[in-house]
Design a protein around this ligand. Structure first.
Ligand SMILES: Nc1ncnc2c1ncn2[C@@H]1O[C@H](COP(=O)(O)OP(=O)(O)OP(=O)(O)O)[C@@H](O)[C@H]1O
Length: 259
């Protein structure tokens, strides 16, 4: 079975049809791009995938160790199911250190109980030490270890975006949803981000869905691309197929011939 199967999914806000009758499925290990003009319904689709919105109709089913369907989807539960996401507007704990942000990401997976923490039993110290070491390894991979004690809001925009991904990975997800990870990045940072996403897919055995306006990122690292326009999934294919698709050229690229 697919990691994710979406059937006839729709969401309306009053008279606005943000997502209309979307059907798609995603296989384990894919990097999927989600593109479309502003207001096409991409973020609404992510919010439906993560239980922030209930669908007006249709269904979302995950196969991640266990089957999770629409009624199980609650924003506070998705980390436990193995789903992590980043946001269009960076949502770090701005006044906490870089290290503490990543430690927070590990929080859901910590194994010691309240008694261990309250009475500072050996299991508490062992778990804390292991978590600290794991966080440092993660930060090292993201080139953020030398900044671990800096306050997050003082990082460059590119570093903040990478920290948000590192924190998401600390929860040990199987599926990672990235909402415009390259937004605000310069070309050098975007190039590094492409390599980072490709690397984390392998290293963490992830399936990745990325919403992105940066066409170079989407075309270079995604195996398949879904194109939304006015809430409708108008195309689904490889980067080459998407670049040739007449509906995409017309609807998304305003009639231009190249992506
Ligand atoms: N909570 C909401 N209430 C009312 N309308 C909403 C809500 N969320 C989204 N919309 C509307 O749904 C449509 C799709 O918006 P959405 O943010 O999903 O698009 P998007 O493709 O992510 O756009 P962008 O690329 O600009 O982020 C838009 O018309 C938007 O105004």
């Amino acid at each position: 079975m697919s990691v994710l199967k979406v059937s006839n999914l729709s969401k309306t806000f009053g008279g606005i049809r943000a997502v209309t009758d979307v059907n798609l499925s995603i296989e384990k290990g894919e990097i999927i791009g989600l593109i479309g003009p502003n207001g096409a319904g991409k973020t609404t689709f992510f919010n439906l995938l993560t239980g922030i919105y209930n669908p007006t109709s249709g269904e979302v089913v995950y196969d991640l160790n266990r089957i999770i369907s629409t009624r199980d989807l609650k924003p506070y539960k998705i980390t436990h199911y193995g789903i992590a996401r980043t946001f269009q507007n960076i949502r770090l704990f701005q006044n906490m250190s870089v290290l503490d942000n990543v430690l927070m990401g590990f929080h859901n997976g910590l194994k010691y109980g309240i008694a261990s923490a309250l009475f500072k039993l050996p299991s508490y110290y062992k778990t804390e030490k292991n978590t600290f070491e794991e966080a440092c390894v993660l930060l090292d991979k993201f080139n953020l270890l030398d900044k671990k004690d800096e306050i997050s809001k003082n990082l460059s925009y590119g570093d903040q975006r990478r920290l948000e991904i590192a924190r998401a990975l600390a929860a040990k997800p199987k599926l990672l949803l990235l909402d415009e990870p390259a937004a605000g990045m310069n070309p050098k940072e975007t190039k590094e981000l492409k390599e980072l996403i490709t690397w984390i897919r392998e290293a963490f055995e992830l399936t990745v869905i990325v919403i992105e306006h940066d066409m170079s990122l989407v075309m270079e690292i995604c195996e398949r691309i879904f194109v939304f326009d006015y809430g409708i999934l108008i195309a689904n294919g490889t980067p080459e197929e998407i670049q040739r698709d007449e509906r995409v050229i017309k609807a998304y690229l305003g009639g231009e011939e190249q992506c």
